[in-house]
Design a protein around this ligand. Structure first.
Ligand SMILES: Nc1ncnc2c1ncn2[C@@H]1O[C@H](COP(=O)(O)OP(=O)(O)O)[C@@H](O)[C@H]1O
Ligand SMILES: [Mg+2]
Length: 250
């Protein structure tokens, strides 16, 4: 199987060398677990280390804020955008109903999935993107209220992306409780994401307060013999680092 290096320190060796190429990987977890940082790192390192242009579609945050936040890791997105190696697509403004002054933005009339996908895939083609991030699925599906519509939409996204030859990260929010406790475990908001995605990575916290550790585990990765452990991770000023339990508790 062809693989694509993730750019996340310590992750590739847990999944036989990288994400399966041209597939969709779901990153799920509660808010603040590092989904957006990890997704951006996948794009940023993809460009710098592997010369693969990338597109980040943001439904939750304003692009300008993302550019600022990512500077904390030394990632200068504006520089990459200037050179057409990265495109930040503003879908947040359309959702909120404010005009966008971004070069790449989704118009309010383009929020239905068919138009949205066409627009996104056009931008991907324009810069020759090999990597794509849709952050996040719940925000993207916000205007859909029927479960059946949401399922169809997510299926369509994954199918179109597979045909386009791009490797894609989708993010999804899950509340903390649904990952533990007695209730059935959910790894994604609508559950259909976790079934149709080719891989599912779950990010979270173990413990509480100053004793808490960030965690990551690989719930599913099609065609891959992967680690089944819960791995401690760190978000440092270099980005996300995935560790092994034995390296941390020695
Ligand atoms: N420069 C940094 N150094 C260390 N941790 C950071 C840094 N920037 C952000 N973080 C951590 O990452 C979290 C945000 O991660 P994010 O990817 O936005 O979460 P999610 O998308 O899952 O909601 C912050 O709450 C903070 O704990
Ligand atoms: Mg986020």
């Amino acid at each position: 199987m062809d693989r694509i290096k993730t750019g996340i320190t310590g992750l590739d060796e847990l999944i036989q060398g990288g994400f399966p190429k041209k597939r969709s990987i779901l990153i799920s977890g509660a808010c603040g677990t590092g989904k957006s940082v990890l997704s951006m790192q996948f794009l940023y390192k993809g460009i710098l280390d592997y010369a693969e242009p990338g597109v980040f579609v943001t439904f939750d945050e304003m692009p300008e804020k993302l550019r600022q936040d990512m500077l904390n890791f030394g990632w200068d997105l504006a520089e990459l955008e200037k050179n057409d190696l990265m495109a930040l697509v503003d879908a947040t403004s359309a959702r909120v109903g404010t005009p966008s002054d971004e070069e790449h933005s989704i118009l309010p009339g383009q929020l239905d999935v068919d138009r949205l996908l066409i627009e996104i895939l056009q931008i991907c083609r324009r810069i020759g993107a090999k990597r794509l991030v849709l952050d996040s699925i719940p925000a993207m599906a916000f205007q859909l209220d029927k479960e059946s519509e949401i399922r169809k939409t997510i299926l369509k996204i994954v199918y179109m992306i597979a045909k386009s030859g791009i490797t894609c990260i989708l993010t999804s929010e899950v509340s903390e409780q649904s990952l533990g406790g007695a209730s059935p475990v959910k790894f994604s908001k609508y559950q259909v994401e976790e079934y149709v995605a080719d891989g599912v990575i779950v990010m979270g916290f173990l413990g509480s307060g100053s004793q808490s550790t960030r965690t990551l585990y690989i719930r599913k990765m099609r065609g891959t013999k992967h680690s089944l452990e819960i791995h401690p991770i760190e978000i440092t000023d270099q980005g996300v680092i995935v560790k092994k339990v034995e390296d941390v508790f020695r």
